[in-house]
Design a protein around this ligand. Structure first.
Ligand SMILES: NC(=O)c1ccc[n+]([C@@H]2O[C@H](COP(=O)([O-])OP(=O)(O)OC[C@H]3O[C@@H](n4cnc5c(N)ncnc54)[C@H](O)[C@@H]3O)[C@@H](O)[C@H]2O)c1
Length: 370
């Protein structure tokens, strides 16, 4: 069985390729070696030579047509990610690429038995909350004036009282930024066209995914890559807001295992699953644990800045995929030490965050409180 992985030269794609090869699948990769992730535009050394590699773009019809020829299934993982304000690139890459895959499957009558789309927890925006008086709420993004006051927490939209953040299940999405909107549109294309034309499709919404091979060049987001590369240079990690934001984190090889499950399990057809972790830590707790695990006890900086478009808390409820037989197996300490060890071995590692943060400040993404 031959499987195409778009974005297979990237972080999650390459680990998925390795696991597929291990299980006896033939693997083809379509990847444009997009500069934010691969600035040298070179095929990364970690890619298995057993995987066929096509240099091409998911926005280009003839590239996608060539990549789809003769494959049985597709992992669609190529995407433009982050917080920058080039909104068009999010839509053209993420949504245009997804629509093109379905267009070609239909136009060329390709016998594709499965498309697995890598989506994101970002589609939940601020996610699910509970108000003691008004029950379950899915709040709107925090207004800019609130964030500029350094007032971080969400209030109940009905009674304006504090609310409690809850693990968010798959039932309702409230995307709040350009990346999240583009990921949800991908899902709509994939599931709508998949159902309508009988192209079995599965959507997986990954939480913050971590592990070796995560490109440290793309330092616009990613708590582990940014903090670890700064600690390696003996620079303090930077924490946005007050550091009390809650997140869940998942190991990349656990995500690769979820991908294979979505490929192989018939019951997953046309379903959406969260793929997340069980260790819920605030950003400050996370950075503290990382410093301890890697043996560099540097006090982080909390400069009173925030990323406009970021969410306060988001934690995925993974009950649904557990029922399918998947669970996260790797502890946060293991993930952190493995990533740090890998980053230490990379000759080109340095602090890419300082430059990325300047770009984000110029674009009004990182802002200061007043
Ligand atoms: N890493 C995470 O924490 C995370 C969390 C949630 C969802 N996701 C989703 O998982 C998928 C994989 O993410 P990742 O972390 O491996 O990212 P990554 O940046 O490491 O890999 C993405 C790959 O896609 C390629 N690519 C980008 N634009 C392309 C284009 N136009 N044509 C062809 N290839 C292109 C890049 O060159 C890169 O190799 C993405 O769809 C992402 O939105 C990732």
């Amino acid at each position: 069985m031959r499987v195409l992985i778009t974005g297979g030269a990237g972080f999650i794609g390459s680990h998925t390729a390795d696991l597929l090869l291990e299980k006896g699948y033939e693997v083809r990769i379509l990847d444009s070696l997009d500069p934010p992730v691969h600035p040298q535009r070179k095929k990364p050394g970690y890619l298995s030579t057993d995987a066929e590699f096509i240099l091409g773009d998911v926005r280009n019809k003839s590239d996608v047509q060539k990549a789809l020829q003769g494959v049985d299934s597709v992992f669609h993982l190529a995407a433009y990610q982050g917080y920058l304000t080039d909104f068009g690139k999010f839509a053209f890459t993420n949504d245009g690429g997804t629509a093109l895959i379905y267009e070609l499957i239909l136009e060329k009558r390709l016998p594709i038995s499965r498309v697995v789309l890598g989506s994101s927890q970002a589609v939940y925006g601020e996610g699910k909350y509970h108000c003691v008086r008004d029950g379950i709420q899915y709040p709107a993004p925090r207004p800019l004036e609130q964030l500029e006051r350094g007032d971080w927490d969400l209030e109940c939209p009905v009674c304006q009282q504090p609310m409690q953040s809850l693990p968010t299940d798959e039932l309702r999405v409230t995307p709040h930024n350009q990346y999240a909107v583009s990921k949800y549109c991908q899902e709509l294309y994939a599931l709508t066209l998949g159902r309508r034309f009988g192209i079995p499709t599965v959507v997986l919404r990954y939480s913050i995914t971590q592990g070796p091979r995560q490109s440290f060049y793309n330092a616009y987001s990613g708590i582990l890559r940014i903090s670890a590369t700064r600690l390696l240079q003996n620079l303090p990690p930077i924490i946005y807001e007050d550091g009390k934001q809650l997140r869940d984190y998942v190991y990349v090889k656990d995500v690769a295992a979820a991908n294979i499950l979505a490929l192989e399990n018939e019951a997953a057809t046309y379903q959406v699953y969260n793929v997340g972790g069980t260790e819920i830590l605030s950003v400050s707790e996370y950075v503290k644990l990382l410093s301890k695990v890697v043996g560099r006890e540097v006090i982080p900086e909390i400069p009173g800045e925030f990323r406009f478009g970021d969410v306060r808390h988001i934690i995925s409820d993974i009950s649904k995929i557990r029922e399918l037989g998947w669970q996260p197996r790797t502890s946060l300490e293991q993930i952190m030490s493995e990533y740090f060890e890998w980053a230490t071995e990379q000759p080109e590692v340095r602090d890419f965050y300082t430059e990325a943060s300047q770009v984000m400040k110029q674009m009004g993404v990182i802002r200061a409180t007043r």
